[in-house]
Design a binder for this molecule. Structure first.
Ligand code: EPU
Length: 432
C-alpha cells in the first residue's frame, strides 16, 4: 500500500499541464466497441480507471496498443465476449458504460452490478429505464445485469433525475438503434458533449449534446476515428485550488476556460486572482481568502467533484462558509479527516458549516474517495508540518501523476510504500 507524505507550507509556483478527462475517457474507451474499425484515442490520462477500462476491452477480445504516451489504438473487431465479470466491474463504477456499448453493438450485454459505493446510494434505475425504452429487456440475478433485445428502436427517454451515467449510456445504446431517439432532461457536462463528439466522429448522428434535450438518429455502421479526449476540468480546478491554498502563482495549461466557469467565478469570490487565456490560465493569491457559500448542482453549476477541494480551501478563508451538496447523499465523509488537521467544520445532512480558522496542521489522514483524497492533498500542502495520506489508490484512480505534477510546482510530496496491515490485505473496492 502506498501513501503520500507532504511537508506543508510551500507556495506552488510554475506551470502544470492538465491531462485528459477521466470521466470522458471512461465512456469513450467502451464506446470504441461500437465501431466496425480500429480507433485511435489520444490525450488519455494515465490513471487506474483507464487501465481497468483497457483491461476489460482486452478481456473481451479487443486488441489494444499504445503507439505513444497517452495514445491508444483499439481494434474492437475481434470482440467475442459480451460479459464484464464481477472481479473487474467492481473495481470501477464506470464499468456500467460497457452495458450501453455492448447493447448498442451486439443487442446484448452481461455486466456485473458495480460494487459498493462511498458517495451514498447510487442506483442505476435511469440507465435501465433508457435501455428498456429502446426495446431491451433486463434481468438482475446473482449480481449480474443481463440485457438483451431483438433489435433496438429509437424512442423517447425522459430521465427523472439528471444523470451523467444514464445520459452517456442512453447515447451508447441509441446511436445504432433504428429511427429517432429523444433524450430529455439529459445531463450537460462537458464529458457528455465529448462522448457525443467522439460518436459523431465515427459517423453517428447526435444533436443537442450539452443541452437538456439530445436527439439521436440511428445509423447502421460506425467507422474508425482518431479522437483526442478533452482536458480534465476537475483536475484543472484541483490545481487551481492547490495554488490558491498555498498563496501560490501557477499557470495551468491545456484547459478549456468555458468548462471552468463556475469554478473560476467561485474562486474569484473567495479572493483568488485568475487570468484566462485561450487554453490556459494563471491563478494566484495575494492576501487573505474570504468566506463563500457553495452549492453543488449538475453542470453548468458548481461541480460536486470539486466540493471537497473547495471545502478544504474555505477552512483557510476568513469567516463562516456554507457548503451544500446537491448531487450525492454522502459527500462529507472526508470532513472527519480535515478536522484531524484542525479544520472547524460541522455537517448537518447535506450542509457543511465551515468556520475558517486560517490555518491547518499536518496529521495522519486517510483518503475515503477520489476527491476526498484531493482535498486532503490540498490541505496537506497548505498545512503547517507533515501530513501523511493513506489509501491513495483512490487518488490514483483519477489523477494522472498527481505527486509528480505537484513536485514540479515546488511541493514537498513523496509517495512511499508501506507494508499492508493484516486487515488491509483484501483487495480494496474502489468504485467512484
Ligand atoms: N441517480 C439515480 N438513478 C440513476 C442514476 C443516478 O437516482 O440511475 C442519481 C444519483 O444517485 C445521484 C444523481 O443521480 O444522486 C447523479 O448521479 P450521476 O448518474 O450523474 O452520477 P454518475 O454518472 O454515477 C458521474 C461521475 C461522478 C460525478 C457524477 C456527477 C463518472 C464515471 N462519474 O457519476 O464522478 O460525481 O457524475 O457529476 O463520470 C468523480 O469523478 O469523483 C465522480 C464521483
Amino acid at each position: 500500500m502506498d501513501k503520500f507524505i507532504i511537508k506543508g507550507g510551500r507556495r506552488l509556483t510554475g506551470e502544470v499541464t492538465i491531462s485528459g478527462a477521466k470521466n470522458a475517457a471512461v465512456a469513450i474507451l467502451p464506446a470504441v466497441i461500437l465501431s466496425d474499425e480500429p480507433c485511435i484515442i489520444e490525450n488519455v490520462p494515465s490513471i487506474s480507471d483507464v487501465n481497468i477500462s483497457l483491461r476489460i476491452l482486452e478481456e473481451m477480445g479487443a486488441v489494444v496498443e499504445s503507439p505513444a504516451n497517452n495514445v491508444y489504438r483499439i481494434d474492437p473487431t475481434h470482440i467475442d465476449k459480451y460479459c464484464v465479470p464481477y472481479e473487474t466491474a467492481r473495481k470501477m463504477r464506470a464499468s456500467y458504460y460497457f452495458l450501453g456499448a455492448l447493447l448498442g453493438k451486439f443487442n446484448k450485454a452481461r455486466v456485473s452490478m458495480p460494487g459498493g459505493c462511498p458517495l451514498g446510494d447510487r442506483p442505476i434505475d435511469q440507465h435501465l429505464k433508457a435501455f428498456s425504452a429502446l426495446g431491451a429487456e433486463y434481468t438482475l440475478s446473482q449480481g449480474m445485469i443481463d440485457l438483451k433485445a431483438d433489435s433496438l428502436k429509437g424512442s423517447q427517454i425522459f430521465f427523472d433525475v439528471v444523470s451523467v451515467g444514464a445520459t452517456m449510456n442512453a447515447l451508447l445504446a441509441s446511436v445504432k438503434a433504428s429511427g429517432l431517439t429523444v433524450i430529455e432532461n439529459a445531463a450537460k457536462e462537458p464529458h457528455i458533449v465529448d462522448l457525443a463528439n467522439f460518436l459523431n466522429s465515427m459517423g453517428a448522428n447526435i444533436m443537442g449534446a450539452g443541452t437538456d434535450v439530445i436527439k439521436v438518429r440511428g445509423v447502421e455502421h460506425l467507422h474508425g476515428a482518431n479522437y483526442a479526449v478533452i482536458p480534465d476540468q476537475i483536475e484543472a480546478g484541483t490545481f487551481m485550488i492547490a495554488a490558491a491554498a498555498t498563496q501560490g502563482d501557477v499557470i495551468i495549461k491545456n484547459i478549456i476556460p468555458k468548462h471552468l466557469e463556475s469554478i473560476t467565478k467561485k474562486l474569484e469570490k473567495i479572493g483568488v486572482n485568475i487570468e484566462l487565456y485561450d487554453d490556459s490560465l494563471r491563478v494566484w493569491t495575494e492576501g487573505p481568502l474570504v468566506k463563500a457559500n457553495v452549492k453543488t448542482t449538475p453542470h453548468p453549476g458548481f461541480p460536486t467533484d470539486m466540493q471537497p477541494q473547495i471545502a478544504a480551501l474555505l477552512t483557510l478563508a476568513e469567516g463562516t462558509s456554507i457548503v451544500t451538496e446537491g448531487v450525492w447523499e454522502q459527500r462529507f465523509r472526508y470532513v472527519d479527516e480535515l478536522r484531524r488537521m484542525g479544520a472547524d467544520i460541522t455537517v448537518n445532512g447535506k450542509v457543511a458549516l465551515i468556520e475558517g480558522t486560517g490555518k491547518l496542521m499536518g496529521a495522519p489522514v486517510k483518503a475515503c474517495d477520489l476527491r476526498a483524497g484531493a482535498a486532503l492533498i490540498i490541505a496537506g500542502l497548505a498545512a503547517q508540518g507533515i501530513t501523511e495520506i493513506e489509501d491513495i489508490y483512490h487518488i490514483e484512480r483519477g489523477y494522472d501523476c498527481m505527486e509528480g505534477k505537484l513536485k514540479e510546482l515546488g511541493a514537498d510530496i513523496e509517495k512511499v510504500s508501506i507494508p499492508d496491515k493484516l486487515d488491509d490485505k483484501n483487495d480494496k473496492k474502489a468504485v467512484v
